[in-house]
Design a protein around this ligand. Sequence first.
Ligand code: NAD
Length: 466
Amino acid sequence: VTALIAATGQVLQSWSPQAPDQLVAEQASHTPAEVEEAVALGRVAQRSWWGRGAAGRAAALTGAAQAIRARADEATNLVVREVGKPVGEARGEVGRAVSILDYYAQAAFAAVGSQYPPSLGGLLYTERRPHGVAGLITPWNFPLAIPLWKAAPALIAGNAVVLKPSPDALACARLLDEMLTPFLPEGLFQVVYGGSETGSAVVAQADVISFTGSSGVGQRVAVQGAERGIPVQCEMGGQNAAIVLEGAAPESTAAAIAGAAMGYAGQKCTATRRVVVVGNNPGFVDALVEAVRRLAPGDPAEAATVVGPLINERAYGTVQAALAAARAGGGRMLAGGGVPDRAGWFVEPALVDGLASHDRLCREETFGPFATLLHAADVAQAVWLANAVPYGLVTSVHGPDVSEILSAVAGLDTGMIKVNAPTTGVDFYAPFGGEKGSSYGGREQGMAALDFFASTRTVTIAPHPA
Ligand code: NAD
């Protein structure tokens, strides 16, 4: 079998998570030699693209945004079918994809450098220059938005793109390819399909790497890129806390946290994984249990569904193992933990109390609808608990007292903090990223992404001596 795969190339398949007997897409994997060819082709295309100027690059992205707008329903349905994202969120992701392209199309006209007082007379200025070919490696959970929030700034900064999408989101990547390439010179945007071998080949060939995915893989990507001396950016996992201060409104806070923990079956890097309750908040825990119980898993194609299936059998196994470990470790299931009687990789959202804060389940990411409850005597202890993990992506703080909120914000060590707002949800025009094991390299999104996908050079132009 191995010899056959080596001779014919591996065939990737993506299956619908809510109907695991339905094949959504099939695609031959790209070999490392094919990745090398793609990068070489990208290098040629990049030169003509850079020569187009800002207005030419902006027009291309505006055209691509219009193409997605025109196929929004098709794209929404495909996201629902291929990755099991609830339809309301899938529609939101398609809308965001359009906004990202429109935003970066306009960002083409932003300043590309600064001017300084010259010590020799003449001119002293900086200018942003593209790296060449950007290698983008993406996960399956935001199959349109994540590739685009990397590709759009990479392209506008003047680079070519080679995208390596997740094998679980093949059809979404193909649709993206179809919608973008008509507006771009041949070879400027290419998709290479495959798993770790293909991804690693991209890191071995491209001039700059932007990765999003799990921390284990991201660490390998960072090391491989650093060995080559190229810029690398990795956005990875999270073990995000929601801190509930005394006086937080029980019902609305519980609803926001339950949605952030369990929406899309907890398969967001920004999902709330730990709920830290400070002091006495009678009613909050009860309201949270109720809010989680209300989020029964359902068909992601139905408008009312908030929790769909897990992506695949492996993810289902990981969540089942976490539930078993929680029970074995003395955890009490306050809600969920069962398996609904329906086809597909569904599990009931689980809220677990009674685990120690240093328990592996409180420190490591379980990428599913699984959250733990922790208790703190005061704000300082809540902040300590929130920080006591190897990750640092996002924390939410809920409560009415401004002094307590400011003290929590000052003590937290995450890259993003949300006050009286869920950990989930991203404003694509503001810098995005974490600390510690959650992120490596420069920030994504907003204008920060343009800095990452370009190199700044400093030019001195002195007057010719008389
Ligand atoms: P994953 O790490 O399994 O895969 C991510 C990508 O890396 C895929 O395209 C995969 O094929 C590729 N890959 C695998 N091995 C590789 C290697 N050795 N070299 C290069 N590429 C390789 O992640 P996933 O399961 O697709 O996504 C879920 C994870 O992504 C979660 O941990 C989640 O927290 C994280 N995530 C993070 C963010 C963020 O912005 N911080 C956003 C979304 C998802």
